[in-house]
Write a protein that binds this ligand. Structure first.
Ligand SMILES: [Fe+2]
Ligand SMILES: [Fe+2]
Length: 135
C-alpha cells in the first residue's frame, strides 16, 4: 500500500503541475517502500539526486505560471522553493561528508512539504488562477 495517494486536495488543475506533483508523490512512496524493505540507507544518494532534479524543473514550471498570470504572492512562494533547494543541498552535503543521514529524515521533510507547501501555498496560487479564469 502506498504511503500517500493522489487525491483532490492536491489538485492544482493545471495538468503540467499536477503531473509534476504526482512525480513527487511517486518519489515519496518509493522512499517509503525502500525503507520498509530495509534499503533506505543505500538509496539516499540516489533519492537526493532525484529531489534536486525534481526541484529544478518543478519550481521553474510554477514560477513561469506566476509570471504569466501576475501572481501577487510570487516572491514569498519563491522563497519557500529556495528553502526546499537549500534543505536538499544540505542533505547532500551531510551525506557526502559521511554524516549519519537517514531516509526517514528526508521522508519527514517531504511529508511536511506536501502538507504545508503543496496543500497550502500551491493551493493558494491555484485559487488565484481560478479566480483569474485560468483553471
Ligand atoms: Fe508545487
Ligand atoms: Fe510551489
Amino acid at each position: 500500500m502506498a504511503l500517500v495517494d493522489w487525491d483532490d486536495t492536491l489538485r492544482i488543475d493545471i495538468e503540467e503541475i499536477d503531473d509534476e506533483h504526482k512525480r513527487l508523490i511517486e518519489l515519496l512512496n518509493a522512499i517509503d517502500q525502500a525503507m520498509r524493505e530495509g534499503r533506505g540507507r543505500q538509496l539516499v544518494d540516489q533519492i537526493i539526486d532525484r529531489l534536486i532534479e525534481y526541484a529544478k524543473t518543478h519550481f521553474l514550471t510554477e514560477e513561469r505560471y506566476f509570471e504569466q498570470y501576475g501572481y501577487p504572492d510570487a516572491e514569498a512562494h519563491k522563497y519557500e522553493h529556495a528553502f526546499f533547494i537549500v534543505k536538499v543541498f544540505k542533505f547532500k552535503r551531510e551525506f557526502d561528508q559521511g554524516k549519519l543521514m537517514l531516509s526517514v529524515e528526508i521522508l519527514d521533510f517531504l511529508m511536511e512539504w506536501l502538507r504545508r507547501h503543496i496543500k497550502g501555498s500551491d493551493q493558494r496560487y491555484s485559487e488565484f488562477f481560478r479566480r483569474q479564469g485560468r483553471a
